[in-house]
Design a protein around this ligand. Structure first.
Ligand code: HEC
Length: 461
């Protein structure tokens, strides 16, 4: 379960996932929204016999194909690599539970990518009607890939009572549909679809900005304004859908948000809230910027503004995805598996039998380094149970979080984390520390060494 403990300096393994995921989310949602934008715009151009629109759309489909087909696909594979390394146990659970979900997903991907390429390469070479149909095939399969992946993504936050009832019994496959259409499935699907639609408009502005407003003022104004309208559905429906979403999130997780609002100050409670607020603010800024630059001054809309809007969208995506991740803490799969890969049902076992002996990785490591210095059991504990969310020096660093604590005080904190009392403030965002007393002592030694750098390491040897 603990293979291979991916120790990434400074940003942590979670940081790597975050960077890849933010780009992937931006591009993949555009891949869906843009899939609707292209045939809708093409249909309009055909209806009105607009050669100039067709020319622009063709150029847009080029940008679209490269961005989604290359960067979207590569970043998607990047997510697989990074989550498989950072959290093999959770990745394995997702694969095992959703084998057929993934299979269906990949069928849609193949059709989607093929349709995108065919659509681009057949402009003007096949009858217009047929070309348009290929656009719709693309749109449908792209959206279907969201329909599938959304079930798996939302499962991680809210697996639902039925699946949790059979988790770990080997009967999980019987609860496939319940796990798939879990409590947050529908609001999340609607929210993400809205995001797709607005990103279609935002990315279309990039192509629109390249039209020469002096040579073709009419064309530019029309395309800029038509693209801007794609932001309207989100503007109207997003707040309602967001409340719907929150309403389906379990009370315990929602508290992370409420507490933040009630206790603006510092600490992790507010991290969810802070991200949520920033996400709302950047989204509002996008609308304002788009209104004043694109809608009001369509002819002068330039690349600089398009880049600014894209950057804001990146910010909104990053903060929204971050609050969604924070909302899930301390779990990677709600109420089932903690972010460090320890299952809730295994806690007792690890406390009784020991954590390190139960970890195949630690055992392999021990035999590997036989003859060298004995493996540091404290470091292994840290890697196995804390590294998923902390680093020593970089992201959420032990050196800062434990600053000023001596070994006794560190041990005290670890004790609280281990007991995991009902009222422990750590329950909201950290898993229980599992293991036998000597393993916890070893972790304290290790942390003391990291934080106090040998200042008072008398007990550390
Ligand atoms: C699920 C992710 C997660 C895991 C796993 C995790 N933590 Fe944390 N931990 C957090 C978060 C989030 C915070 C709040 C950070 C902040 O305030 O900046 C935190 C805070 C802390 C703090 C500061 C507490 C305080 O009162 O100021 C310490 C110390 C700490 N963690 C130690 C650990 C140790 C040791 C482990 C491994 C046994 C561990 N954490 C595992 C998420 C996690």
């Amino acid at each position: 379960m603990n293979y291979p403990f991916w120790d990434v300096p400074i940003i942590g393994s979670g940081g790597v996932i975050a960077i890849i995921a933010i780009f992937h989310v931006m591009i993949s949602h555009f891949a869906i929204g843009g899939g609707f934008y292209l045939p809708m715009a093409e249909a309009k151009a055909l209806r009105e016999g607009r050669e100039d629109w067709m020319r622009t759309l063709r150029r847009h489909s080029h940008f679209f194909l490269i961005l989604t087909g290359v960067f979207g696909a590569v970043s998607g594979v990047g997510i697989w690599f990074s989550i498989g390394l950072a959290n093999p146990e959770a990745t394995s659970t997702l694969i095992h539970n959703f084998v057929f979900g993934w299979a269906i997903e990949w069928v849609f991907f193949i059709v989607e990518l093929t349709a995108a390429a065919v659509y681009y390469y057949t402009w003007g070479r096949i009858p217009d009607r047929l070309h348009l149909k290929i656009g719709w095939v693309y749109a449908f399969t792209a959206w279907m890939s969201l329909v599938i992946i959304n079930g798996i993504l939302t499962f991680m936050l809210t697996p639902g009572a039925e699946w949790l009832g059979v988790a770990g019994t080997g009967q999980e496959s019987g609860a496939f549909w319940a796990a798939f259409f879990n409590p947050t499935y529908w609001p999340s699907l609607v929210l993400r679809t809205l995001v797709c639609i607005s990103l279609a408009g935002i990315f279309a502005l990039v192509t629109a900005a390249r039209i020469d407003g002096f040579a073709e003022p009419k064309l530019k104004t029309e395309i800029v304004r038509w693209s801007t309208k794609w932001l309207v559905p989100s503007f109207v429906l997003m707040p309602v859908c967001f409340l719907w979403y929150l309403w389906t999130v379990p009370e315990s997780q929602r508290q992370l948000l409420n507490l933040g609002i009630a206790t603006i100050g510092q600490g992790t409670f507010t991290q969810v809230t802070r991200s949520a607020l920033v996400s709302v603010m950047t989204s509002a800024t996008i609308l304002a910027v788009v209104y004043f630059t694109a809608w009001r001054n369509a002819r002068d809309f330039n690349m600089g503004w398009a880049a600014a809007v894209l950057l804001l969208a990146l910010g909104a995506t990053a903060t929204t995805e971050q609050s969604r991740e924070m909302l899930r803490k301390p779990y990677v799969i709600g109420e089932h598996m903690y972010s460090n890969g320890v299952r809730r049902s295994e806690v007792e076992h690890f406390n009784r039998e020991g954590y390190l002996s139960g970890s195949p990785w630690a055992a392999a490591h021990a035999s590997e380094s036989a003859g060298d210095a004995a493996p540091d059991r404290g470091a292994l504990m840290f890697r196995g149970q804390c590294l998923a969310c902390h680093t020593t020096d970089g992201y959420r660093p032990m050196k800062r979080l434990l600053q000023g604590r001596d070994r006794a005080s560190i041990m005290n904190l670890l004790g609280t984390l281990h007991e995991y009392g009902e009222n422990s403030p750590y329950r909201a965002f950290m898993p229980p520390l599992v293991g036998k007393p000597d393993e916890i002592e070893a972790l304290a030694d290790y942390l003391d060494r990291v934080v106090n750098a040998g200042a008072h390491t008398a007990k550390a040897e």
